[in-house]
Design a protein around this ligand. Structure first.
Ligand code: PLP
Length: 379
């Protein structure tokens, strides 16, 4: 059976990226690697829309977020974390592990923080040194309006703006410089279409300045050390050489498609998926959904496990489930990375067959038809 991955990380790896990583390994302290890394670094700046350094760690995306916290914060600092899901919770736990006071702005899972919510918290707590936000909360499929919230923070305080862009970078509009962001993190196994293993972090001048006075313990995840080396197109420690070779190819693909076209493709896939879900009589979970993953509510008449089993066992399509209290309540369809709108037709066709087999009442073909109608109306 043909296997198809519809999970929001790891995401499918295109063949040309696989071939790129299969090239003979290089030693990282020589010109061949430096040339590759120079191209990668310049294309990472394009990806994040920044002139600032973009740092690459041999870690997952969480490592890049940890680098931001330990490098920019100090003992006794208070930060504000907008927490509306599993990943938001992590950005409370990591700073707390380092003794940082976290003022948690709790958002009901599936909902998104508003400008008023953030403005009120900043007003109530003028000591806030940084505001953390998760652009695409993968656990719920919810979107956070980083552009707008960053403006609120900038207008009202000097707090650093730290963004989890793990499932937004390379899928949704991110403009590091124009939006005045201070750190944005991602991981290789998401929009970059690579296997897991790279944590990537864009850092502003303000973040690098905060590093000068930061007194939290740090060594590997030190942005100062990494920024110094990246300026010479190298890394302080052994980089994940083969993944960087894959990243070179991934960024070439993104460049040749054009970043705005990449965002547009994700917007089209997300809209197709949402329309199809509604057409088969199901409901999208998030109030303001992100364009990287669609979380779908499981109605009480259906069983989430049966949906997964049928999708995977009968059709070879792996979906993601719900986490924590959403386990059994939602399933998630990814459209992050190496997909196009016709992949959405495929996953919806699979879902329709599963729903028919599980006796869900709907008109077979209605989901696929909703996508076709949407595509037809685009021209
Ligand atoms: C929004 C978000 N943030 C952070 C992470 C953590 O990234 P990693 O698993 O690469 O550490 C993930 C992973 O799925 C994610 O989706």
């Amino acid at each position: 059976m043909k296997k198809r991955l519809f999970t929001p990380g790891p995401t499918p790896v295109p063949e040309n990226i696989q071939l790129s990583m299969a090239r003979p390994i290089l030693h990282h302290r020589n010109k061949d690697f430096e040339e590759i890394f120079a191209e990668v670094n310049s294309n990472l700046q394009y990806l994040f829309q920044t002139k600032q350094p973009v740092l690459t760690f041999a870690s997952s995306g969480t490592g890049a977020m940890e680098a931001a916290f330990v490098s920019c914060l100090s003992r006794g600092d208070t930060i504000l974390n907008i927490e509306g899901g599993k990943f938001g919770e992590r950005w409370t736990k990591i700073p707390q592990a380092y003794g940082i006071e976290v003022d948690v702005l709790k958002i009901e899972w599936g909902k998104s923080a508003t400008a008023e919510d953030v403005a009120a918290r900043l007003k109530a707590n003028p000591k806030i040194k940084a505001v953390v936000m998760t652009h695409s909360e993968t656990s719920t499929g919810a979107f956070t309006d980083v552009k707008n919230l960053a403006k609120v923070v900038r207008d009202q305080s000097n707090a650093l703006i730290m963004v989890d862009g793990v499932t937004s970078v390379g899928a949704m509009e991110v403009r590091f410089d124009d939006w005045g962001l201070d750190t944005v993190a991602t991981g290789s196994q998401k929009g970059l279409m690579l296997p897991p293993g790279l944590g990537i972090l864009a850092v502003s001048d303000r973040a690098l300045k905060a590093r000068e006075t930061s007194d939290l313990p740090k060594f590997y995840f030190d942005i100062k050390r990494a920024a110094k080396e990246v300026a010479a197109n190298t890394t302080p420690f052994t980089p994940a050489v083969s993944l960087i070779m894959g990243l070179q190819e991934s960024l070439r693909m993104i460049r040749s498609e054009g970043l705005e076209n990449v965002w547009q493709r994700h917007a089209m896939m997300a809209e197709s998926c949402r329309r199809a879900v509604k057409a088969v009589g199901l409901e999208v979970f998030a109030e303001k959904p992100a364009n990287s993953v669609t979380a779908v509510k499981v109605p009480s008449s259906l069983n989430a496990d049966q949906i997964f089993k049928s999708m995977r066992g009968d059709h070879g399509m792996t979906l993601a489930g719900g986490q924590d209290h959403l386990k059994g309540k939602i399933f998630r369809i990814s459209h992050l990375g190496y997909y196009d709108v016709f992949d959405m037709v495929t996953v919806i066709a699979g879902l329709e067959k599963t729903l028919s087999d599980l006796k869900h009442p709907f008109s077979p073909g209605s989901g696929v038809q909703a996508i076709q109608q949407f595509l037809t109306n685009q021209n």
